[in-house]
Design a protein around this ligand. Structure first.
Ligand SMILES: [Zn+2]
Length: 150
């Protein structure tokens, strides 16, 4: 069972001091972007071979199965790669912040492009254990990751 609560912290939601831009919600991406409404991350998974696939596509990259379902994952992962953005690409999203690829524990190579939050830039390390939290953006819940507190 996937838990929506995280190590005694009260919520999987993450409040930021700015408004994020709502991503386009399409037939293919809506399940991913709205999954966090109940605090649980869900990823497209092939019904035939069980492989998780992200970003969501209509065909499984391993077995060519055409039935992919949005399934809950633990929301746990590690920082696989990261960098710091210091440019103000978006007016309301102040730099500097960490852009990272987080590899989820469910499957090698299952990675999300995200931000690391609730820690300083100097604290971010490759291999750091992180867990999902969500920032609201219109109808969407943007998956962000924060360090796992032991
Ligand atoms: Zn498959």
């Amino acid at each position: 069972m996937v838990q929506a609560q995280h190590d005694g912290r009260s919520s999987a939601s993450y409040a930021e001091g700015f408004e994020r831009v709502e991503p386009p919600l399409t037939e293919r991406t809506r399940a991913y972007w709205t999954s966090g409404a109940d605090g649980i991350l869900r990823i497209a998974r092939c019904a035939a071979c069980g492989r998780f696939q992200h970003p969501p596509r209509p065909v499984c990259s391993r077995c060519r199965g055409r039935v992919l379902r949005s399934e809950p994952v633990t929301g746990r992962g590690v920082v696989w790669s990261w960098t710091v953005n210091r440019y103000e690409w978006q007016k309301d999203m102040p730099p500097s912040y960490v852009l990272a690829e987080v590899e989820l524990v469910e499957q090698p190579g299952l990675r999300l492009l995200t931000n690391i939050v609730e820690c300083t830039i100097d604290d971010v390390r490759i291999g750091m254990e992180v867990e999902v939290c969500f920032a609201r953006a219109g109808e969407a819940f943007i998956p962000l990751f924060r360090p796992v507190v032991p």
